[in-house]
Design a binder for this molecule. Structure first.
Ligand code: SAH
Ligand code: SF4
Length: 375
């Protein structure tokens, strides 16, 4: 017998079947789920939205993920890597704008030269901003040695989406070789945790061949690895990728957006005190997608602060928003949008995951779950 969403949330077990039931919810039940997640967010993490200035550092990538517009095999992309000075300038901008946190993201390059370049950059940013920025890296799978070096050089957080927690689906959306293996992805996540990073992961929603059961598995995976931050968003097709041929079999943009909102809401009721990103891809499907994500439980936004001249070179998917907007325009627009969602931007605050802080204070993950469940 199906139980009500309120009942499921109160019980707090979140079995795979219950999560699928919530993902299927429609009409009033759907609205109730989103409202409940919004309430839990306000109770647990407040109505503050933390900003992470996103620097799209380089579109050079040695990988060939079948969904991604900047995959190494896409010859149409003009490749770039930002100069140190350009990144440092963006970091200065982030500090002056009160963003307090920075994400350096790029394709996966594992050479010793790239490893040294990032270490140098981390030192450069910290010097230029007096260590005032919380730095997140998102540069794909790297060796333990490199990740350790970057941690010591000042990186605090790392974002590495598992993309999908179903190994079979993972294999269908990646080339068939060890470099693109599922196990390597999960091992890299474990390594990040062991090195003391705040670990961010996530998935794409609405991938070809993906089922509701897969998505329920993703949410359970996030809980199992005890993630501190989740960035998940709709899959958006790109015509220069192999997966484009399945575009007609995809759920409509509206359906993908709705599914993504449900995923955020369910995640918020399952993992109450983590940071959840309102992904830019939500905005690619719906102009107010990010605001909807904030209402459904997200509390992080990543405004793009990449110099405009590089933005067209970093099209992971089509219809990426804000490709022609200067950082300053993004800031004004964002302020208004966040208010529209009933939230407030927490300027000047790092906004580390409460979940991470609680674990540091000695609460085991299980206890955190139990205590939050009681409230
Ligand atoms: N190279 C790094 C970081 C850059 S890619 C990495 O892969 O981890 C950042 C994220 O973009 C990926 O994790 C993936 O989830 C997302 N992405 C790539 N192609 C996409 C698409 N077509 N639609 C939606 N998200 C996409
Ligand atoms: Fe490279 Fe990341 Fe795109 Fe995969 S998703 S091709 S690793 S940039």
């Amino acid at each position: 017998m199906e139980r009500s969403i309120n009942h499921i949330v109160r019980e707090g077990t979140f079995s795979r079947e219950e999560i699928v039931q919530m993902l299927r919810s429609r009409g009033e039940e759907h609205a109730a789920l989103l409202a409940l997640a919004g309430e839990i967010k306000r109770e647990q993490v407040g109505n503050k939205v933390y900003l992470r200035g996103l620097v799209e550092y380089s579109n050079r990538c040695a990988k060939n993920c079948l969904y991604c517009g900047i995959r190494g095999g896409n010859r149409r992309v003009r490749r770039y890597t930002m100069d140190d000075e350009e990144v440092i300038e963006a970091a200065r901008y982030a500090r002056a704008a009160g963003y307090a946190s920075l994400v350096i993201q790029g394709g996966e390059i594992t050479s010793p030269a790239r490893s040294r370049a990032i270490t140098r950059l981390l030192h450069g940013i910290n010097e230029a901003t007096g260590g005032s920025l919380g730095i997140t890296l998102s540069l794909g799978e790297q060796s333990r040695r490199t990740l350790d070096e970057w941690k010591r050089a000042g990186a605090r957080r790392y974002l590495l989406r598992v993309e999908t927690s179903n190994p079979e689906l993972y294999a269908r959306v990646h080339p068939a070789n060890a470099r693109h293996g599922f196990k390597a992805r999960v091992d890299a996540l474990r390594c990040l945790r062991e090195l003391g990073y705040q670990v961010g992961t996530g998935c794409m929603i609405g991938l070809p061949f993906q089922t509701l059961d897969d998505l329920a598995g993703d949410l359970l995976f996030f809980r199992e690895i005890d993630a501190d931050m989740i960035g998940m968003g709709p899959y958006v097709e790109h015509d220069e990728t192999p997966l484009y041929r399945y575009r007609d079999a995809l759920p409509s943009p509206a359906e993908r957006l709705e599914l993504a909102l449900k995923m955020i809401a369910i995640l918020r009721v399952m993992m109450k005190d983590i940071n959840i990103v309102a992904a830019t891809a939500m905005q690619a499907l719906d102009k107010t997608g990010r605001e909807k994500a904030l209402k459904a439980g997200a509390n992080i936004v990543m405004p793009n602060i990449t110099p405009v001249k590089y933005r067209a070179g970093y099209l992971l998917y089509q219809n990426k928003p804000c490709v022609n907007e200067e950082a300053e325009q993004c800031k004004t627009c964002l302020d208004a949008r966040v208010r529209l969602a009933g939230d407030e931007i927490a300027y000047g605050e790092w906004g580390d995951s409460r979940h991470f802080a609680r674990k540091r204070e000695g609460d085991s993950p299980a206890r955190v779950l139990l205590t939050t469940r009681d409230t």
